[in-house]
Design a protein around this ligand. Structure first.
Ligand SMILES: *[C@@H]1O[C@H](CO)[C@@H](O)[C@H](O)[C@H]1NC(C)=O
Ligand SMILES: *[C@@H]1O[C@H](CO)[C@@H](O)[C@H](O)[C@H]1NC(C)=O
Ligand SMILES: *[C@@H]1O[C@H](CO)[C@@H](O)[C@H](O)[C@H]1NC(C)=O
Ligand SMILES: *[C@@H]1O[C@H](CO)[C@@H](O)[C@H](O)[C@H]1NC(C)=O
Length: 594
């Protein structure tokens, strides 16, 4: 079967043949997961179907695509400057450690010493949590221990699901930390004895195809990149001229937190300010210099637009690689904000194919100006633009007029028909807010603190500790009968570790009724999100090689893993079955090198 998608006609055609064949290989026992030789990894994600039952802030919006909002917690304790979803279905949230009193007071310091009710202890930063782990199913948080300052740092998941977290501020400038997620709530941050070569404050990081190699790029006064782990024992950092010439010295930089995307040819796309290159990091060589993005202004911190790699697709062998950048701040916005004037942000988005030989930015406009916007790829392949503000720029108290309405962008529609405006929230998500996609299809939204300390009164935008979920329209009850359920993944053979590149694996799920249109299978790399950029975020539409549906509604699809680590660096991905635009709950699948 070489169809682009798993079309129903195709399996209608093969269904009789296969059902006969299936009897020979005892298909029914595999369905129940009882075949001794099919290594079932059912429910590795631990997510249960349906019944999310939290307070609804706003009532359901019916047939439209607006979605809705849920208020999950009134107090996360800690500002979500950084967030990342682990493959144990928890979300790591952390702030800077230097912010003093957070909303989560500890009874004891991490060294065991009690926190008393004295003035000294009440103002002592070490008597407060600065990182928490949020458990999605139980809707609860627990404090985590941070030993050095993670202010404006970066992160990437390694192939085994451990988060590698890099840089920060002061004593944290060169720190490398690990968080190894676990089932039992005993895991915590661990500091490496090794350190970075340069200070990495406002740097970005990206997982590379090589096993557990991460590149860390840029930072304040750091016009370099480096690898973790280092390439050799004497390894140091490498100069990156792009960062020198894109630095707006008097405007706070405008090239911090550069946008990084791994192209499927194995080179790294690096975007800073208005400029971008395709970079061969193995040979320290610029492969391509792309045209400057039109639209004025700047796109990186403190101008703080955002960027995604649009979903890669098996139909072209994952070779067409396209970047979307939206929002940012107008020229002079940083200086103006220092003087109390908040300039309107950029409305424009630029879209460019970075593979092939023909490169130009195609420009289009969002429904309004926006900066400090997060951009997430939903399981449908649509891009959600959420959080941020309409005026000003990034940095302490530099912005006004929160953007309360998320936008949805449909990349495959005709230009001019791609954007829609979604349900408004009442909670401003300004500087130091973030958002992550959850396995059940919701988007977790947290944070906002444009103030140096936790400040709840007498400021334009107080510290925000409420945790919300944006619930996209595809979770609406009216689509329940289209939603694939009971998804489980079988790696086959005796290899329960994951799927090798190019290898096959099986996805079992249920559909209430025969699919009438298109089924898609997507794999999503969970990002590390901070300062409006989701590092390492990528989605792949996988090839379905065959599919059958049994009388009782069970579907069995054989999928092909991505061909190489260039298309999908080794690690855990969220596998989602999307039926007529309605996604299932995602299950974790692991891709690895043979
Ligand atoms: C499982 O596979 C092994 C090796 O292929 C084979 O020897 C064994 O009989 C199989 N077990 C079952 C229960 O099919
Ligand atoms: C948050 O606080 C408000 C006001 O006190 C209360 O009505 C609401 O139930 C709380 N929500 C949650 C999720 O705790
Ligand atoms: C994953 O790899 C990292 C780095 O090698 C290591 O520190 C960590 O303990 C490993 N985690 C697991 C779950 O094996
Ligand atoms: C599908 O999943 C639901 C929820 O986990 C469960 O109650 C139900 O029994 C499952 N259905 C089948 C046929 O296994």
């Amino acid at each position: 079967m070489e169809d682009k998608k798993c079309l129903p006609q195709a399996f209608k055609f093969i269904i009789t043949a296969l059902l006969l064949l299936l009897q020979c290989v005892d298909f029914s026992s595999a369905v129940e997961g009882s075949s001794a030789n099919s290594s079932a990894v059912e429910g590795t994600s631990g997510m249960k179907e349906g019944n999310v039952d939290f307070d609804s802030e706003v009532e359901r919006s019916s047939a439209r695509e607006e979605g809705q909002w849920q208020l999950l917690l009134n107090n996360t304790g800690v500002v979500a400057m950084h967030m990342a979803l682990t493959h144990h279905n928890t979300v790591i949230i952390f702030d800077q450690t230097g912010s003093g009193q957070s909303g989560y007071r500890l009874r004891r310091r991490y060294n065991g010493r009690k926190c008393m009710e004295t003035h000294d202890d009440i103002t002592d930063s070490s008597c407060y949590a600065h990182s928490v782990e949020y458990n999605i199913l139980s809707n609860k948080i627990r404090p985590l221990r941070l030993d050095s300052d993670t202010w404006c740092s970066s992160g990437s998941f390694l192939s085994n699901g451990t988060l590698l977290q890099t840089g920060g501020y002061g004593g944290g400038y060169r720190r490398i930390r690990y968080f190894r997620p676990c089932e039992n709530s005993h895991c915590d941050w661990r500091e490496s004895k090794k350190s970075l070569s340069d200070n990495r404050w406002y740097a970005s990081s990206q997982r590379l195809p090589e096993d557990d190699q991460v590149i860390v790029v840029g930072g304040r006064r750091a016009f370099t990149y480096e690898f973790v782990p280092k390439l050799s024992s004497t390894g140091t950092s490498f100069n990156l001229p792009l960062l020198h010439h894109t630095n707006d010295r008097n405007s706070g930089g405008n090239n911090l937190y550069p946008f990084l995307h791994l192209s499927s040819d194995g080179n790294l796309f690096i975007f800073a300010n208005r400029h971008s290159i395709l970079f061969n990091y193995r040979r320290n060589m610029v492969v391509k210099t792309f045209p400057q993005i039109p639209g004025g202004g700047s796109r990186n911190y403190p101008s703080s637009g955002s960027s995604v790699l649009l979903p890669l697709d098996h139909t072209d062998g994952f070779q067409k690689v396209e970047i979307l950048i939206c929002g940012g701040a107008a020229p002079g916005a940083y200086r103006a904000a220092q003087e109390g004037t908040y300039v309107e942000g950029l409305s424009s988005c630029g879209r460019m194919v970075i593979s092939g030989n023909n490169h130009q930015w195609d420009m289009e406009n969002m429904p309004g100006p926006r900066l400090m916007n997060d951009m997430l790829i939903l399981p449908t392949g649509h891009i959600l633009i959420i959080n941020g503000a309409k005026h000003g720029c990034g940095g302490w108290d530099n912005a006004r007029n929160p953007s309360l309405q998320p936008y949805l962008y449909k990349p495959k529609k005709r230009i001019g028909r791609r954007f829609s405006v979604l349900k408004s929230t009442k909670i401003a998500r300004m500087y130091h807010s973030s958002a992550v996609l959850l396995p059940d299809g919701r988007v977790l939204v947290a944070g906002s603190n444009p103030n140096n300390r936790y400040t709840f009164t007498n400021v334009p935008h107080p510290t925000e500790l409420r945790l919300q979920a944006f619930v996209p329209h595809y979770m609406d009850k009216q689509f329940q009968n289209r939603k694939p359920t009971n998804v489980s993944i079988y790696y086959g053979s005796s290899d329960e570790y994951g799927v090798r590149y190019g290898g096959d694996f099986t996805v079992m799920f249920r559909l209430e009724r025969r699919p009438s249109d298109v089924l898609e299978f997507t794999a999503y790399a969970p990002p590390f999100t901070t300062h409006s950029f989701s590092m390492n975020q990528r989605m792949l539409r996988l090839r379905c090689k065959s599919m059958v549906r049994s009388e009782d509604g069970w579907m069995n699809a054989v999928l092909e893993a991505p061909p190489s680590p260039n298309t999908a660096p080794p690690g855990y991905y969220m596998l989602t079955v999307v039926n007529e635009g309605i996604p299932s709950i995602s299950q974790w699948v692991r891709f690895f090198h043979a």
